[in-house]
Design a protein around this ligand. Structure first.
Ligand SMILES: NC(=O)c1ccc[n+]([C@@H]2O[C@H](COP(=O)([O-])OP(=O)(O)OC[C@H]3O[C@@H](n4cnc5c(N)ncnc54)[C@H](O)[C@@H]3O)[C@@H](O)[C@H]2O)c1
Ligand SMILES: [Zn+2]
Length: 361
């Protein structure tokens, strides 16, 4: 049997044998005779679909809809193609869409399902670490518009989520590491003991266990269950992301090979741990522990002093700012966070200088 978590109106089944439960669900009268569609990209069709089909009888006659992978394809153009494909294949209101892929497939598939014929059922089967511990959970669906991330979308919850860690065996190492940043974040914002077990990890590929993944998605789930539509507390998940997004956007604009979301968040967490020390009294030892672990696992990003102001401008443009203030989720200690903490430009500059100093630049 798999481990089961209750989420918002649905369950999350966790374990490599979770597809037994999926097959059982598809055998219930609710899905008898219903058309099934599985959305994949060129990687998950190759690595994940055979695993899913071998583990389920009820998906043998499912239609496969393939899209091209990559953030640039998380777009309305691709949604148009997906809606059209489903129309042509005569999907009806009782049809079911199964999203088999990383965060892009889960976000876009959820959006396509939630809008097709005013909404059909969908199931998330996340196959990247980032999607398993983050994107597949919490009901945020949508696509990017003119380079603005997640500009169009809606909250829509899946019927169920099935998380099988074995999919991660074929995930490229850089993608695994990118998702690992969210695992680190979950430990830091919510659970000191869990953070201690994360700190034992020497090499992500070898040492990340099913338990580590399960606890990570459990932390995310607990937070979204408490505040599904991000009225307030869900913002705790933004730790590392305010400065992290600035690193991500800066790199996207300036580097031939931009850094991943996870690498950017890793840098952001170092800076924001420093702000936590300054503003919320995060202890020196905690700060040191965070910085040394992150720098052991993630590559550092070269940032020049002359570009600090570019980072500040990027943060100023963030749509999450309130009344012109740049607000942060900060740690009072490891395992405990507070939301909506404004920091001044001077403080942010000091955090960037701290990052530079610690990465020996
Ligand atoms: N909805 C949310 O709450 C939420 C939260 C965090 C991130 N996101 C979104 O998630 C997206 C990023 O997700 P991602 O990092 O999973 O990216 P992704 O979906 O692009 O997947 C990364 C790459 O890994 C490949 N891949 C996935 N699973 C694989 C497997 N098992 N074996 C081999 N290759 C595999 C994909 O084809 C892709 O090339 C972003 O668009 C982000 O906005 C959403
Ligand atoms: Zn993130």
């Amino acid at each position: 049997m798999s481990r089961v978590l209750q989420s918002i109106g649905h369950n999350i089944y966790f374990g490599d044998n979770a597809f037994v439960e999926l097959d059982e669900l598809l055998r219930t009268t609710r899905y008898t005779g219903c058309r099934k569609f599985i959305m994949v990209d060129e990687n998950t069709i190759k690595h994940c679909l055979p695993v899913l089909l071998a583990a389920t009888e009820e998906l043998a006659d499912a239609e496969i809809i393939e899209t091209e992978s990559g953030e640039k394809n998380k777009s309305l153009d691709v949604c148009f193609q997906l809606w059209s494909a489903m129309s042509e294949l005569q999907a009806d209101r009782k049809s079911l869409l199964l999203n088999l892929g990383g965060g892009v497939i889960c976000d876009m598939g959820g959006f396509v399902a939630a809008t097709f014929k005013r909404g059909i059922d969908f199931i998330n089967i996340p196959t990247s670490l980032l999607a398993q511990v983050d994107a597949a959970i919490g009901g945020k669906t949508g696509v990017d518009l003119n380079n603005i991330k997640n500009q169009v979308g809606l909250f829509a919850f899946p019927e169920e989520v099935f998380v099988a860690p074995k999919f991660l065996e074929t995930l490229p190492p850089s993608q695994l590491k990118s998702g690992f940043a969210e695992v680190v974040k979950h430990g830091l914002i919510a659970d000191r003991q869990y953070w201690n077990s994360i700190r034992e990890i020497k090499k992500v590929r070898n040492d990340i266990t099913d338990d580590i993944i399960f606890q990570s998605l459990k932390i995310k789930n607990n937070i979204v269950v408490e505040d599904p539509e991000e009225a307030n507390w869900r913002k705790v998940l933004n730790f590392g992301h305010t400065i992290g997004h600035a690193f991500e956007s800066y790199s996207l604009e300036h580097d031939r090979k931009p850094i991943s979301h996870g690498e950017a968040v890793a840098a952001g967490m170092i800076c924001e741990a420093f702000l936590s020390h300054r503003k919320l009294g995060l202890g020196r030892n905690d700060l040191h522990e965070i910085v040394s672990f992150i720098l052991r696992v993630f590559d550092s990003y070269p940032v020049k002093k002359e570009t600090f102001t570019d980072f500040i401008s990027l943060m100023r443009n963030d749509k999450k700012n309130v009344k012109g203030e740049i607000r942060f989720t900060l740690l009072s200690r490891i395992g405990s966070a507070e939301v909506d903490k404004p920091c001044s430009e001077e403080e942010i500059l000091a955090a960037l200088a701290f990052y530079r100093l610690n990465t020996f630049q």
